[in-house]
Design a protein around this ligand. Sequence first.
Ligand code: TMP
Length: 239
Amino acid sequence: MHKLEQIYEGKAKKVYKTDDPELYIVDYKDDATAFNGLKKGTIAGKGIINNQMSNRLMQMIERKGVPTHFVKELSERETLVKKVSIVPLEVIVRNIAAGSFSKRYGVDEGMVFDEPVIEFSYKNDALGDPLLNTDHALALKVATRTEIDTIKTYALQVNSILKAFWAECGVTLVDFKLEFGKTSDGSIILADEISPDTCRLWDSATGEKLDKDRFRRDLGGVEEAYAEIMKRLVDHEEK
Ligand code: TMP
């Protein structure tokens, strides 16, 4: 399977057509942005880590019953995925207060929730991805009620799977962002990526941040954190 024309270039990935109309190739870059593209940089080797980590996590999630876009890893940075049209929602699941939740509601980062919190943002760069609820999403016709119910069910299942997995790696899953897509037959599947770009991952023992917040907040040790979180995953596989 090889790349045909590029159909999309995002902040961290490029997407190409292939000779199979139902399959795309995703190519992960080292480019990093934050604050809706205001802050720009490069994280050396990030594309490789995000590709490999996302693929391993997606395969685990698929085995446990949530359908994903993953088909086959083609190279260090390239993966064959199912063609979807992305539902324009950023689906955020939070276990612990951090980031925009802490800022918006004035609570300290680290407050542990009794139940996971699901939050939607409307994927729209021009509007700065505004927060929205289910009624807003229905009014905007970004998805049907059935699709939103499916997305919420899948998001909570993914949270249970990832939370348990990262705990075994000595890592606390604070929060993360998912994106879902619709295949040509209309089914909803997990798409995009699951990586240190899209998750908050804290060392369970020390609380050290092992994710993109090191870049967003200029904490230093960005490449080292990506390498460390990948090592935790690989070490777990070897056990
Ligand atoms: P937030 O606290 O800034 O809203 O972020 C919540 C989670 O979503 C966090 O794990 C980082 C992730 N995220 C993305 O993947 N993409 C984004 O554009 C933003 C703002 C957050």
